[in-house]
Design a protein around this ligand. Structure first.
Ligand code: FE2
Length: 287
């Protein structure tokens, strides 16, 4: 079978954004340059060694109609919500939160010495599941399998499958892949992604070449950048004299209308208005 390489068709430079109560972060999806990559609605990278950049956090706020995925690299975020969950997300941990009909939660980074770093991704929910019961999957770092290949490549599998190893996040409608991949210098990594699924890489350390072959091979992409891949069968990333670390994310597009307003993403404007009305009336949280 002749497998088709997915080329990198867009390279996105993250934009500085002030979010929550005043958190400085870098946004690559949900910007003027890139509204969404169906089913992905937003992608934020927070990282700073100055607590002033993150300590104000994200006090109590609602979500409806989406899933939010937080993955920490360094530091700790304390969280609590309207359905009785509370805890902290530390280095290597993942929180996959399906807001469904609605949750209220807060996400507060803890002040610390050194670097605080993590990511938040939003996935859309299909119309028939937008009002589903909220669901949390909290995954400790030690539940995330790490593959150490002989060639020095390290892969943490959060969702999806690599070398027969499956990630702990399951039963997500977008059938997602979420990998944290480190390639040493002069390395090469390929990964099959289902045809028709949207895919992107977010480079957050070092540099590498993504979705390139032949004459383009020399064009390395230095962090931080998001690379959007075209459709095809597999992605390929290579490194030269530097290592590269990146997230590789893919998922099945919904192809449904998107009506978004802040933390609510529905299919129609009327549904957005209903969410606002529910908030005003105190009927937002259904369970
Ligand atoms: Fe949130």
């Amino acid at each position: 079978m002749n497998r088709q390489l997915r080329k990198g068709i867009k390279i996105i430079e993250p934009q500085p954004v002030l979010e929550g109560a005043g958190v400085r972060l870098r946004r690559s999806i949900a910007t003027r340059a890139l509204d969404n990559i169906d089913p992905f609605l937003l992608f934020d990278h927070f990282g700073s060694s100055n607590p002033d950049d993150y300590i104000k956090g994200f006090p109590m706020h609602p979500h409806r109609g989406i899933e939010t995925v937080t993955y920490m690299i360094q530091g700790v975020v304390d969280h609590k919500d309207s359905i009785g969950n509370s805890g902290s997300i530390g280095a290597g941990d993942v929180q996959w939160m399906t807001s469904g009909s609605g949750i209220m939660h807060e996400e507060m980074p803890r002040a610390q010495q050194g670097e605080m770093m993590g990511f938040q991704l939003w996935l859309n929910l299909p119309a028939k599941l937008k009002m589903m019961k909220p669901r949390y999957q909290n995954i400790d770092s030690n539940q995330v399998p790490q593959i150490n290949r002989q060639d020095g490549i390290k892969i943490r599998v959060i969702a999806g499958e690599v070398d027969g190893v499956s990630g702990p996040v399951t039963e997500i409608v977008a059938d997602p892949t979420y990998l944290d991949v480190t390639i040493p210098p002069n390395g090469s990594f390929s990964h099959l992604i289902k045809q028709g699924h949207a895919a992107f890489a977010y480079v957050f350390e070092g540099k590498g070449s993504f979705g390139m072959n032949g004459e383009d091979k020399g064009k390395a992409i230095a962090h931080p950048r998001l690379v959007v891949f075209e459709d095809g069968d597999y992605i390929k990333a290579t490194t030269a004299n530097q290592p590269a670390r990146f997230l590789l994310v893919s998922g099945k597009p919904l192809n449904e209308p998107i009506a978004r307003y802040g933390p609510f993403v529905m299919n129609t404007q009327q549904e957005i208005e209903l969410a606002l009305e529910d908030l005003r009336n105190g009927t937002f949280v259904k369970s």
